[in-house]
Design a protein. Structure first.
Length: 178
């Protein structure tokens, strides 16, 4: 599955996964002027956050309500947004059947050198990163994993002082280029 900003191409690529079910985790691009953290809007085209689908709006497979996975203020649940597929990238569903189009198996594996979007460790924000090692490379490096092994990428995030991070493949998707 690959990301495209062209609505028709996106709908076709996602069609087997639609409608997105309640509870599905997604990368979400909040609308300009309404930042997820309540701060001053920066209108950054590259701001993507972790969100959860709360419902499909009016049985329209293209319209959803999502909730920011990060609490808004001390103890307050994350903000809710009405949005369309244009601002959503569905993440692989760890609970999906292995043959499901929502399962990690249906998502492409990014080769070394690829530019991806990934959840930065211990945050709820996605950032641009470069693949240093694919899950296949990582598996070879750590032989003898159990069948419960979650595929992992080694990534270098942009503007992160060349640090390397291991990130679960469940949190790595194609960079949503314009």
């Amino acid at each position: 599955m690959s990301f495209s900003r062209e609505p028709k191409a996106r709908r076709e690529a996602l069609s087997k996964q639609l409608p997105l079910r309640e509870g599905r985790k997604v990368a979400f691009h909040p609308p300009a002027g309404k930042p997820a953290d309540g701060s001053t809007p920066d209108g950054d085209e590259n701001t993507w956050i972790l969100a959860v689908v709360t419902k499909c709006i009016n049985q329209d497979r293209n319209r959803y309500e999502v909730q920011d996975a990060e609490p808004h203020e001390a103890g307050q649940p994350g903000l809710f947004y009405n949005t369309t597929l244009r601002a959503i990238i569905p993440l692989p569903d760890p609970d999906a059947h292995p043959s499901s189009p929502s399962h990690l198996n249906a998502y492409q594996e990014f080769p070394v050198g690829s530019v991806v979007m990934a959840l930065y460790p211990d945050t709820s924000c996605f950032y641009r990163a470069e693949v240093l090692a694919s899950p296949r490379d990582m598996q070879v490096a750590s032989r003898g994993q159990s069948s419960k092994h979650v595929p992992t990428y080694k990534l270098k995030f942009e503007d992160d002082d060349d640090q390397e991070h291991a990130v679960s493949a469940l949190w790595v998707v194609e960079w949503p280029g314009s």
